[in-house]
Design a protein around this ligand. Structure first.
Ligand code: PBG
Length: 331
């Protein structure tokens, strides 16, 4: 890029274009609209588990009816997509995770409920075994090892059940090797050629997922950590190789996760590959901002600024628990 010529002061006064709201709007380099937001929601099948998540004040676990209402709210606000995370019955979690591909699991029920209520809203899912795994891991665990290839087979079954239930976008968040290619091949073979994949491609082994694991009821279950499959937070090059690999296997869109501590990765992914690029402003980022806002230490504008930052870093959109609130503020 050629640098714009800057005349010496006082011929150049950069403050001239910052003087009024309209002048600032004219030269704004990026913008944030509700179309840039994906709203992640938690849906529970457990009676009595609905309501506020302690570590995510302002975010509720929803019933199926609540999910329907959320879908209507998203549509009203111009949010194009909702992403479903299931909170499933602890007693039905197994080591083999077969509920993950049960057509009637709570995640698949929620897909159908939302598609019935607001057919045009894009429904995104999460593909990983953790909501149904007695071990709380994203993959099948045998003797302490998270098995890659056996997990990929299970993920394929899970993905087909979600596509069958009507999901528009599948979100593999498991970080097993080879899953995108396996999912794409299976989707094509089973008549789901229009089902999109938004790969959690650059997903880091982060401490910012803590509140999410409370929300889906995986925290008490998880033994150890996810460092043998999620990317080391130190590794930019490896994250870019993950993105290259997932795109070459048939991902339609890619994601960087978490968001705010990884904006350098967002920028690199967009510049390097030019594919539709999303960031996930994860549960810990939500808790951090919302906690400070509720304490009066930050204003709501800080939240809006965090979302605009993703756009400046090259993201086409952001998954954020703030999505409905941000869309309301933009209206
Ligand atoms: N498959 C798991 C999954 N999918 C989305 C999140 C985290 C989202 C968030 O923290 O908001 C996680 C947690 C994890 O990897 O442990």
């Amino acid at each position: 890029m050629t640098s714009p010529i800057i005349a010496p002061f006082p011929a150049s006064r950069l403050r001239r274009l910052r003087r009024t709201e309209n002048l600032r709007a004219m030269v704004s380099e990026v913008n944030l609209t509700p179309a840039n937001l994906i709203w992640p929601i938690f849906v529970t099948e457990v009676a009595g588990a609905e309501g506020e998540i302690a570590s995510m004040p302002g975010v509720d676990r929803l019933t199926l009816d609540g999910a329907r209402r959320a879908a209507e709210r998203a549509a009203r606000l111009g949010i194009p997509a909702i992403c479903i995370f299931p909170h499933s019955d602890q007693d039905l979690k197994t080591e083999t995770c077969e509920r993950a591909w049960d057509p009637d699991n709570i995640g698949n029920q929620a897909i159908r409920a939302i598609k019935e209520t607001v057919p045009e809203l894009a429904v995104m899912t999460d593909i990983a075994l953790d909501p149904y795994n007695a071990n709380g891991h994203d993959g099948i665990v045998v003797d302490g090892e998270i098995l890659n290839d056996e997990t990929v087979e299970a993920l394929v079954r899970m993905a087909l059940a979600q596509a069958e239930a009507g999901a528009d976008i599948l979100g593999p968040s498991d970080m097993m090797d080879g899953r995108i290619g396996a999912l794409r091949t299976a989707l094509e073979a089973h008549g789901h050629k229009h089902t999109a994949i938004l790969s959690y491609a650059a997903k880091f082994a982060s401490a910012f997922y803590g509140p999410f694991r409370d929300a889906v009821g995986a925290s008490g279950r998880l033994v150890g950590d996810k460092k043998t499959y999620q990317v080391n937070p130190a590794n930019r090059g490896e994250a870019l190789r993950c993105v290259a690999r997932d795109l070459s296997e048939g991902a339609d869109m890619v994601m960087v996760k978490p968001g705010m501590p990884y904006l350098d990765i967002c920028r690199a992914v967009k510049d390097e590959f030019g594919a539709p690029t999303f960031a996930y402003q994860v549960s810990g980022e939500y808790a951090m901002l919302e906690g400070a806002i509720r304490n009066g230490w930050l204003s709501r504008d800080a939240m809006m600024e965090s979302l605009l930052g993703f756009r400046r870093a090259g993201c086409d959109g952001v998954l954020s628990y703030f999505a409905p609130m941000a869309a309301e503020m933009l209206a």
